[in-house]
Design a protein around this ligand. Sequence first.
Ligand code: PEP
Ligand code: MG
Length: 915
Amino acid sequence: MAQKKYVYFYGCGSKNTEGNASMRAILGGKGANLAEMAKADLPVPPGFTISTEACAYFSAHGEYPAGMLDQVKKNLKLLETRQGKKLGDAKNPLLVSVRSGAAVSMPGMMDTVLNLGLNDKSVLGFIESTKNERTGWDCYRRFIDMFGDVVMGPTTGLKHEDFEVEMTALKKKYGAKQDTDLTADQLKELCGIYKKVYAKKVKKPFPQDPFDQLTAAINAVFGSWNSERAQIYRQINKVTGLLGTAVNVCSMVFGNMGETSGTGVAFTRDGSTGEDKPMGEYLINAQGEDVVAGIRTPKSIDEMPNEGDKIWTKAHKDLLAIMKKLEKHYKYPQDVEFTVQEGKLYMLQTRNAKRTGLAGVRWAVEMATGKDVVDGSPRPKLVKPEEAIQTLTGSDLEQLLFPILDPVAEKKAEVLTKGLPAGPGAGVGQIVFDAAEAQRIVGENKDAKLIVVRHETSPEDVGGMWAAQGILTTTGGMTSHAAVVARGWGKCCITGASAMAIDYKAQTLTVGGKVLKAGDWISLNGSTGTVYAGQLPTEASPVVSGVVQGKKSAQKHPIYKMYKQVSDWADKFKKIDVRTNADSPKDAATARAFGAQGIGLCRTEHMFFEGDRIWAIREFIVAEDKAARESALKKLLPLQRSDFEGIFKAMNGLGVTIRLIDPPLHEFAPTTDEQQAELSKRIGVPVAKIAARVKKLHEANPMLGHRGCRLSITYPELCEMQARAIIEAACNMSKKGIDVHPEIMVPLVGTKAEVDFCAAIIRKTADEVIKAKGAKKVAYKVGTMIEIPRAALTADAIAETAEFFSFGTNDLTQMTFGYSRDDVGSFLPDYLSNKILPVDPFQSLDTTGVGQLVEMAVKKGRGTRPTLKCGICGEHGGDPASVKFCCKTGLNYVSCSPYRVPIARLAAAQAAVAK
Ligand code: PEP
Ligand code: MG
């Protein structure tokens, strides 16, 4: 049987190179790109790559797969022959670097060991063959340090700092300011000291056999794949499904051979602003790690031609030409590493450049339009719009929409804790523990900047939440009350920051041993869930001023123009509609400005958040008899009708799905003494009576309790009032020339009989209203939420009555997993860290489990009613991966909060283009 191939040669001409860029999965990003550059005959020092499959085998079995070591030996021999040198030879040694590299670049893994192959004898051979004594000892001391630190460090505790103190002492001894001031003899002395440091900690002398050095380095790279650092990195960045890391064994080139040598890193474009201008840094007479280690201050690559020696002018010219070529080849800006050895330029690495969201959007737009977004000047046209949008992520666009924390300040800030990234953007303000207090403070001083910090929030906190810059809670998941409300407004919010302890009485917040008081400043990054101490500076978004406020000056801003271009492309390519979840005329108008094509969910209970309205719904909740309920409903009807009118107007010509009221009682019932006293005052019912009623209403599991259509079945008058308010509003608006398309939706359905019961009331009421108003143009639809697993299982029967389905994936996730939406924050971190779950299922749809129910319900529903319109209105409607699943499943639309509409449009376009 032919042996499996684990080792791939690259360099020494394109015909000798075995891999290419498409082999990322097995060669890793670095290995695949080295091969690709070598294939393009770019100056790459030759070497070989050991595959990620070998790493996977090593991780599983603790040994190399059969044949791997032979292949390493064979390729090493090949490399030695082609370079005319031998690894660690006493006369003319080949030196190599050993570098890790997975398919996704991962800072958590072992980085690089340089100058491998040096020992007490080969260092002399190296000096002899290069005629450069100083470089020889410099390379040897670097190698002992790096080998000790990165190869032996993880098992022995040996660290770079152990060597560094000796270097500092030696510099002091000889009055050397920089390491480049040390002479060859002094560096030789340092090598002796370093070997002692090594032997003391490792309890063995520094290895002299070059092949032993090589295998130890290979083992260390393989081992680093499962280091704690690497695992945490993969978890945070949701890197899954990779085999392991590849190992790149590359022949060394030397940037530390004197004044005509050097090393550096460069970007083909600016990774922070996105400007089409190469940028980078280099150091003369240095090796790779010096540039990033900050020992000496590197110079900008723009300085290269001014070095005096014309080799630097040529190296600069060659570097720019290669960078241009690479960008064109990869159709994406690159981040490269290079070395100049005695005047000759070598490329050591290239990869798609890391960047900010802003830079990513600017690159995408400029590469596809061939025009600079700032001054309109011509730029290279490298990709088609459909390719450009594939390079973007939802969070890139998100960064353009919200004020963000100043990235430089954020890097330096003190992290207090982390929670769930429930509402994106930046929130900077003074701590306030009471939402009503926040509302009061902002009422008195509209410039006050506050962060509402609570265990959890409830509807009556909404005023204070709105007044604040951000919301921070200790409990709750991604679909908790605070999260859903904040996201609807585009407000910064972090939930489930469970490491914090709040003492409302003492007005303190304790986290990590630090005590913060009301009034102390904190800063939230709602896109990452990080909470910082202090008042960090923020940057505002011209997109929001241009889109939501329609400000003409903002619409001329380059950031607005980029957003607009990406949105236009998204609309051109996407195949499904993007609707919005909006509960007020204002939110509806905002969403429409962001491109929403209708309302997918109007949560009518949320309409009672504003002002004093909560009391009207509370009056209904505590009413003991039909007369009391009807009196409460009379107050609710005009409020609802006028809101619906505003929403129909904002959505003129588009579908508006309005859901019957669905208030979980724990959120809406007046539970505190103050609330009960206030309600008593308002409706003239004794507090004791209200308290007794609330006690009776208490539910052990309110999320599974008396909510949704269950309320309409107990109180049909509620369903009737809402149908009346909706259709009266539609008729009134239709009379004013507005094109209305009401869609009335029944929530929390599990059986066909429930839909039948509610639909009968709705249809009877609606037909009466239409007839009475003579509104011939008003046509309505009655449909249902699919958010209980039983509804999905019996979707064929439900579709006999329901004219549309909307998947409420918040509840569907809650009920399929059996995880309470409100309490998931208490155990989710453990589930994620133990890899029980790959991601939070309330954030990104569980396509394998919950997704099956969605697919089945669509199929069954359309089996009964082929024209059945299906959409999704859970929070997943704004999550790019979930949107892509919805496109694949054949949904007609996704619906999400207003500020996520642009992100959903982009995801829908990406799904369409990917097909
Ligand atoms: C859902 O359950 O997904 C949904 C949209 O309804 P709510 O979040 O209001 O329960
Ligand atoms: Mg629901």
